[in-house]
Design a protein around this ligand. Structure first.
Ligand SMILES: Nc1nc2c(ncn2[C@@H]2O[C@H](COP(=O)(O)OP(=O)(O)O)[C@@H](O)[C@H]2O)c(=O)[nH]1
Ligand SMILES: [Mg+2]
Length: 328
């Protein structure tokens, strides 16, 4: 049955996906609950929203209660999005973060080399994406703080070791433990073309593809496991396929980058503005400065979908890599 979601709902959903803080997430979720069409087909979705709202409120309450002592698992979000790496000891989480970022990770051949989260900044082209290396987890050991960090991430990378005998159980065990905490990565709630998502995206990173037999093991896992969540094979040691991983992380964020330019000057290519996919010229202007949005007259756009310097209105939808000259 179709959910017949409204533009207001999609707008709230978009805000939710872009929210950086629990307070912003809470506001967006409440808006989603307010705007979702109330009928039989959307009941499950409504109760999911209610559950997320109450979890977030709980989390905020806890925070005010224990104002002393920081949550060791909480890492401030930086960059265009945050991906956190979880998985059993020695699967290669620290190696992957170490290869992609300048973070001071510790790579060890003993199990508990990473006692606290270590964030680092990785890049897809000119887009910064934060990676967070986490202490090891097992299905029986998922600390509450870590579960919260997972809920607040954009993407969860579950890292497993292709040379471990237990690789299939490692994947299934961790996914089941997360599902028990209501964190599910598949598109199980997809309803026709209307994809529903309240939690983070998930990718399973099958690491150590450089080792003998690892590629065969990966093929076997592909045959045994469902298509979702997506599985990729990588090597934290040689770096193989990590470029693909970064491209995938960028794709999942569902953002565009645009460059601003001033009349008569070249575009500022150093630092893109990162905006939710579907953003308009008006939204870019608001992002730059609220006065600019109020005084916006028109803009000129250079990009794949326009002819050079094409004049557009505020409601023009921007595309990835557009160059925009705002006239106010
Ligand atoms: N061959 C191979 N070894 C790896 C790879 N990634 C990590 N390792 C080794 O696996 C062990 C554990 O790595 P580490 O990154 O500390 O794992 P973590 O406990 O998940 O953070 C170390 O001995 C690494 O050198 C990889 O892609 N290929
Ligand atoms: Mg580690």
């Amino acid at each position: 049955m179709a959910l017949n979601l409204t533009p207001d709902y999609f707008e709230a959903d978009r805000k939710y996906r872009q929210a950086r803080t629990p307070a912003e997430k809470l506001a967006a979720l409440e808006e989603m609950l307010r705007t979702i069409p109330k009928h039989k087909a959307s009941e499950k979705k409504q109760s999911d929203l209610k559950r997320r709202i109450s979890e977030l409120r709980q989390g905020e309450l806890q925070k005010t209660k224990k104002s002393t002592g920081l949550d060791p698992y909480h890492i401030e979000r930086q960059g265009a999005g945050q991906a956190i790496l979880i998985g059993p000891p020695n699967s290669g989480k620290s190696s992957i973060v170490g290869t992609l970022t300048k973070a001071p990770v510790k790579i060890t051949d003993f199990p508990y080399g990473t006692p606290t989260p270590v964030p680092g900044m990785a890049h897809f082209e000119d887009v910064p994406i934060e990676l967070v290396d986490m202490p090891p987890v097992t299905p029986d050991h998922l600390p509450g703080g870590l579960v919260n960090a997972i809920r607040n991430a954009d993407t969860v990378l579950t890292v497993v070791d292709l040379t471990a005998e237990s690789v299939l159980e490692d994947i299934d065990g961790l996914l089941a433990a997360l599902a028990a905490k209501n964190i599910e990565f598949g598109r199980s709630e997809a309803d026709g073309e209307e994809e529903m998502r309240v939690g983070p995206h998930g990718i399973i990173l099958c690491n150590k593809m450089d080792m003998p037999g690892a590629v065969d093991t990966f093929q076997m896992l592909k045959e045994l496991r469902p298509a979702e969540p997506e599985m990729m094979m990588v090597s934290g040691r040689t770096g193989e396929n990590l470029d693909l991983l970064m491209r995938n992380l960028f794709g999942l964020l569902d953002v565009i980058r645009v460059y601003s330019k001033e009349p008569g000057r070249p575009a500022d290519r150093d630092k893109p503005f990162i905006l939710p996919a579907g953003s308009t010229v008006q939204e870019l202007a608001k992002h730059i400065h609220k006065d600019l949005a109020a005084n916006l007259k028109y803009a000129r756009v250079w990009g794949e979908k326009t002819y050079d310097g094409q004049q557009v209105h505020g409601h023009y939808t921007l595309h990835d890599r557009d160059v925009v000259e705002i006239h106010a």
